[in-house]
Design a protein around this ligand. Structure first.
Ligand code: HEC
Length: 185
């Protein structure tokens, strides 16, 4: 096997994604629980759907999870659900600010550069500010994602949830085309 030094990191990722797409969905993977019960927990007891969307249903404060489990192991999914403390990636960090007119606002920093910031409040609306117009702008630590699921959900319920995420989108439907990766940089 030759070493493929000529491939960029991005091209390698595209190759790996392609190989994974050939592996198919949950086929050949053992589900640790019951995906139907997991769906019930996602939209019910766990309240995941308050923030996450699966196949078009749910909230927008967290990432869309439709594809999250398609290529992950049950262990990795469970670990991710109970991970604490959480350090949110860019786009999911939160801040509290005071506008020029004295209004307080809290939300997700969806976009930011040296001069401006775009905040999305929990009602879904976007607010754009020039930083020089703000009276205060305070970043907050931590994630909107609750960090206590290890206590709120049993082992069995976490296994059901992982099984649900491993089987979305429904294996009966054709998988949506994968995002196109621009190979030539
Ligand atoms: C109050 C909002 C909220 C609730 C409720 C919530 N999450 Fe999250 N979740 C988030 C946010 C925001 C992120 C992204 C930041 C982070 O990783 O902490 C996230 C991240 C995740 C991730 C990682 C996704 C990725 O692409 O890295 C998974 C998996 C996840 N949540 C699963 C769940 C499950 C399952 C539940 C229900 C048991 C749940 N979440 C409940 C807000 C929420």
């Amino acid at each position: 096997m030759p070493a493929f030094h000529s491939l960029t990191a991005r091209q390698l990722r595209a190759v790996v994604d392609y190989l994974r797409s050939l592996q198919g969905k949950a086929e050949g993977r053992v589900l640790p629980g019951d995906p139907k019960r997991g769906k019930g927990i996602f939209f019910g007891k766990g309240d995941c759907s308050a923030c996450h969307t699966i196949s078009g249903q749910g909230g927008f404060l967290g990432p869309d999870l439709t594809e999250h489990g398609a290529t992950s192991s049950a262990d990795a999914i469970r670990d991710e659900i109970v991970r604490a403390p959480r350090v949110p990636p860019i786009g999911y960090r939160t801040a509290v600010l005071t506008t020029e007119s004295g209004e307080h606002m809290e939300g997700l920093v969806r976009n930011e550069d040296n001069f401006s910031v775009q905040l999305q409040t929990k009602d879904g609306s976007f607010h754009f500010f020039k930083k020089t117009d703000l009276r205060s702008f305070d970043r907050q630590d931590g994630s909107l994602m609750p960090a206590d699921y290890r206590n709120r959900l049993s082992e069995g319920e976490l296994n059901d949830l992982a099984s649900y995420l491993m089987t979305t989108p429904s294996p009966n439907k054709a998988a949506p085309p994968r995002k196109k990766v621009d190979d030539y940089e």
